[in-house]
Design a protein. Structure first.
Length: 227
């Protein structure tokens, strides 16, 4: 599903942000990516999203070779990914339903499909009763659920999450991670960048640790450690 072979990304002179990284993630896996600040985690996510181009190596995601991909293909490629961030990134002037429906409208789904699919995905994230609310009427955890619904509405192969619980309290963080685990149980491959030590240690998933752009450990049912 995700294959990085000898991948590097330099922003300029000095140590590359990602430095000869190798990573293979199978379909259906749940992977945490941890590491100290500046270790290259967000750069890795941006490479997977093709928001950045690598400066070396090969990246294959869901059967597509990213470094060879034509610019005009990128938007279509990104439909294979659902992405959530620490700061939710919702449209403040649209309600929950419209935030989620928007992701379907931009890819041209007919209204009849949207009317069926949006309530379904809101139900999956536990927000069926809040579809008319606006983002500023929701708690942080609820906003992240909306972001997850939006990420999932087009049924992506992979869910990428960059510090999804960074703005949430411990209990809400746990709920969001449990939800991501359920999403994974339904078949979506999940990759989560996080600093949340307690959750990583509690969940015993695969843990990939980065340091200075390198992957320094990769453990099955692993725990949180920094170099
Ligand atoms: N746009 C950029 N231009 C130049 N250097 C950058 C840029 N973005 C990141 N870097 C550098 O690349 C390295 C890796 O940064 P990255 O944001 O990937 O780390 P991170 O592990 O996600 O950190 P954090 O946990 O703080 O989010 C750092 O040294 C950072 O300063």
């Amino acid at each position: 599903m995700i294959d990085l072979v000898d991948v590097s990304k330099s922003y300029g002179p000095g140590l590359p942000a990602v430095n000869h990284a190798n990573l293979h993630v199978d379909k259906g896996e749940f992977v945490f990516v941890v590491g100290s600040s500046g270790s290259g985690k967000s750069t890795l996510i941006k490479l997977l999203m093709k928001e950045l181009d690598s400066t070396g190596g090969t990246i294959t995601v869901s059967g597509e070779r990213l470094e060879k991909m034509k610019h005009r293909r990128v938007a279509k490629y990104r439909r294979k990914l659902g992405v959530v961030f620490q700061d939710f990134r919702l449209l403040k002037d649209r309600n929950v339903y419209e935030n989620v429906a928007f992701a379907q409208r931009v890819i041209g789904r007919p209204t009849r499909v949207i009317r069926k699919r949006v309530p379904e995905v809101l139900q999956e994230v536990g927000l069926a009763g809040k579809y008319k609310a606006y983002p500023d009427e929701l708690s942080g955890g609820e906003q992240q659920r909306v972001a997850l619904a939006r990420a999932l509405v087009n049924r992506p192969d992979i869910l990428l999450a960059d510090e999804p619980t960074g703005n949430l309290d411990p209990k809400t963080s746990e709920e969001i991670m449990t939800l991501m685990e359920q999403i994974n149980d339904r078949g979506t491959t999940v990759l989560v960048v996080t600093h949340n030590k307690d959750i990583v240690n509690a969940m015993r998933k695969r843990v990939v640790t980065m340091h200075n752009g390198k992957i320094i450990s990769d453990e099955k049912e692993g725990g949180y450690h920094e170099a």
